[in-house]
Design a protein. Structure first.
Length: 211
């Protein structure tokens, strides 16, 4: 079996199932009442952190491929990026629905007055065009250069998500700072690669979504 077939028929479905495990565990925990004294807080925290993890995993694909050439990894990038968006969207939906019950006035006040909410919304907004243009068809419509320029929004999303996490946590900052260190390292590695290769003459496959 060719490596491309292994990726399509084995690796991708496996990664897809594993990526759904956090969401599934939250649903199960909610049904059997095992999410602690404040289920809404647990869901909000878990979906947000998993969104950040998948975002960092997406950024890690290129450095991983550079260190240990593995074509399968690059084929997983689009899926990982979309799962990052999925969990961030769940995170925001939980905030809108279960935390604020879609009270627009309170939500707008929160976004305008609380910096960590502003940063979180910025991350989500930056990720929306990335998700919407993640298909092969959108890559062809936009053209390689415009598509790649648009998908640099991933850096805005990552920076905003990290700020959101840091500003949210008021006590133990070790977790947010570890994520931030990883994020800065990954963005620096990718910037270094872009600096070495300022121009790309051919379009990348759509799996490069969220560059």
């Amino acid at each position: 079996m060719k490596q491309a077939d292994v990726t399509s028929w084995i690796v991708k479905p496996l990664v897809f199932i594993l990526a759904l495990v956090p969401a599934g565990s939250l649903v199960y925990g909610l049904v059997v009442d095992q999410l602690g004294a404040n289920p809404v807080e647990t869901i909000t925290h878990e979906t947000g952190e998993w969104g950040l993890r998948f975002l960092l995993l997406t950024l890690a694909i290129t450095p991983i491929q550079r260190l240990a050439p593995w074509s399968t990894a690059i084929r997983l990038r689009r899926m990982l990026g979309l799962f990052a968006f999925f969990y961030v969207l769940l995170h925001f939906t939980t905030y809108l629905w279960l935390d604020h019950f879609f009270e627009l006035e309170a939500i707008i006040e929160d976004i305008s007055e609380r910096p960590y909410i502003t940063a979180g919304v910025t991350a989500l907004v930056a990720m929306i065009p990335l998700a919407l243009t993640s298909t092969n068809g959108m890559l062809k419509r936009l053209g390689a250069k415009r598509w790649q320029a648009l998908h640099r929004l991933v850096y805005v999303a990552c920076a905003a998500a990290l700020l959101h996490f840091i500003w949210l946590v008021k006590a133990d900052l070790r977790g947010p700072l570890i994520y931030t260190a990883i994020g800065i390292a990954l963005m620096a590695l990718r910037y270094q690669r872009k600096k070495r290769r300022p121009e790309q003459t051919a379009a990348q496959p759509a799996e490069t979504t969220l560059p």
